[in-house]
Design a binder for this molecule. Structure first.
Ligand SMILES: [Zn+2]
Length: 105
């Protein structure tokens, strides 16, 4: 990553605030978070300093998400994988909840 922004005191402060606000990983909801992650990557137009574009992640989840982004895939956090015992998906963005695209309704 060639983005010098991550080395700045400004970013360190933003990241520290994010981790203080949400100390548990938002990807798996089990591990302690160690990184503040941009939900929409900056290089994809995500906001750098907006808290709404930040999530706390553990090292494992961050590595998975970064790997998926580099491969051009979307990343499903561990907490959204699989289904509940009634068969409904754990992913709130699953088509089960959102329905078919507007053109197919
Ligand atoms: Zn995690």
């Amino acid at each position: 990553m060639s983005n010098r922004f991550y080395g700045t005191a400004n970013w360190q402060r933003i990241a520290a605030r994010q981790l203080a606000r949400k100390p548990i990983c938002e990807g798996c909801e089990t591990a302690p978070a160690t990184l503040a992650d941009h939900i929409v990557p900056i290089r994809q137009g995500g906001a750098m300093r907006d808290a709404a574009n930040l999530q706390s992640l553990c090292r494992q989840c961050h590595a998975e998400k970064t790997g998926a982004e580099k491969a051009g895939r979307s990343w499903t956090p561990p907490k959204h994988r699989g289904a509940y015992s009634d068969g409904s998906p754990r992913d709130p963005n699953h088509p089960w909840f959102t329905g078919p695209p507007p053109g197919e309704r």
